[in-house]
Design a protein around this ligand. Sequence first.
Ligand SMILES: Nc1nc2c(c(=O)[nH]1)N[C@H]1C(S)=C(S)[C@@H](COP(=O)(O)O)O[C@H]1N2
Ligand SMILES: [Mo]
Length: 576
Amino acid sequence: MDKQPRILTGALIGGLLTAPLLALFYLGNALLGLPFAAFDFFNVVRDALPGGLLTFGIDSMKFIIETFNIGRVDQVAKLAEQLMALIFLLVGGVIAGGVFFLINNLIRRRRKQDLAFSFPIILGAAGGALTGIVMVIVVITAGTSASPEMQNSLLSVFWVFGLFLAWGTALGWIYSDLSAIHEGDTYINTEGVQKPVEVINRRQFLVRVGGATAALTVVGAGLGALLSSGEGEEAISTSLPPRTEGTPEPGGAVAQAENVAWSEANPLPNADAQPAPAPGTRPELTPVPEHYRIDISLSPPRIDGATWALTIGGLVDTPLTLTLDNLVNDYEPMHQFITQGCISNSIAGSLISTQRWTGVSMQTLLDSVGVKPEGRFLKITSADGFHEVVELDLIGRDPSIMLTYAWDGQPLPVRNGYPVRIHIPNVYGMKQPKWITGMEVVADYEEGYWVRRGWDAVARVQTTSVIDTVATEAAYQRDGITYVPIGGIAWAGSRGISNVEVRVDDGEWQPAELRTPLSKKTWVLWRYDWPFEQGGHTFAVRCVDGLAIPQTETQQGVRPSGATGIHSVVRHVSLS
Ligand SMILES: Nc1nc2c(c(=O)[nH]1)N[C@H]1C(S)=C(S)[C@@H](COP(=O)(O)O)O[C@H]1N2
Ligand SMILES: [Mo]
């Protein structure tokens, strides 16, 4: 018996084979919308993790991004998650390769003779097939990476199964190749002469395997990147049906039909409000592409709006099935300016945005289904496996709870929940599902996705205020005093803001001016014109909500109930 292939070599081969596997999955996803099994698998593993661990992971990521100022928290975090999913599978491949070589070596040693050349190949193929079956189940039951028409297609099944089968077979074949040739082996050539078998140098062999897998990886990933950058060839609809004649939309929906954002065709309702924001204050209405994005899916579920239909069922007399056309044309649309924030947003963080939301009141929709007496909650499920419950009593009390289909007069962006999401005032985003695919009236309370993972079951928004700018560039003089405008936002969900105060160093808290907000549900822009003093200063802000309750000044982290504490900034200010 010859020297056995080493386990480390197996690990290396496992890694080398997994790289092109990932690249091919990527290519299939970009080219045909086939499932990206690595992402779906990662999602499933992550959902199964204890909530604390998951939160720790997300928090560490957020901390690193914020501390080192790497970029927009939501975007960098999503990228990091995707990278983690790839690394996760790669590490899996490395381990599987090592274990596979170990198993074969053990069998070989026990039998005290070489294995038949085909044995490791069959074993590898079997392992690959088994993994393939598991992956097919994962993709079909929990996948979000495939396009809608590919999600449960036979092609997807063959693709996922086939790639893992090929992976296992290749691993087995390489093991056989590495272990089959012995120094001193001979063979009889066609002329009947005994010749030595060419000793394949293992290193040379590995280099060849490395070259082949690298080439396949580069070609696969490169092609995939090329194809995925060309947008819009998706066969699914991500638009809204036009509003039919005779259903005028209050607030000017014409814009929607003409593919023009509402805000491009209309002035904001508080356009003439005072005071003007201090220069450097964030935009009052967040541009849609800049709206923060937070969700559990590595690639947002792609739902075909043309075939999407939502049934409100469960404990109801007459289930109601809604298409997008129904929602847009059969009901009076509501428009609301809404600030939404993420419970994971740290003080002065970027996970908060304001948009103009359009949809249909959930009260109206529920009125027509006839909730049975035992029905107490509405369970909402999403295409990515996310879920939450809303108390029916709450919907009964608040007509502004809204099934939303448009932002700024346009269809919801895919990443923000197309085709529909729900708006529930005064609670953080974690209570408000996007990509809604199911609504069921149920009798019993159920913990939602993040509640089950240890976050606040109510998730009522904390009152918060933030300094956006100390605008030395906008300094001006009045009565011999130089003033520097300081500005920012304050937000307390739908409770509104009644007061904002600013403090400089150890001075008194000074009242800021409040600008009339876009609505009772949006952040309030505030401004304080500070009598300028050269030097280093600490600026702090605090506010009081619409119920006259001051914001909590105690510093508290985001978990489990959202961050609290005073925002302060240190600036060295001088006027040139
Ligand atoms: N289906 C689904 N809905 C979801 C989530 C999700 O992961 N899946 N995340 C929630 C959280 S935590 C937040 S903060 C908001 C973010 O909405 P946005 O990405 O449109 O800003 O969506 C909520 N709705
Ligand atoms: Mo969130």
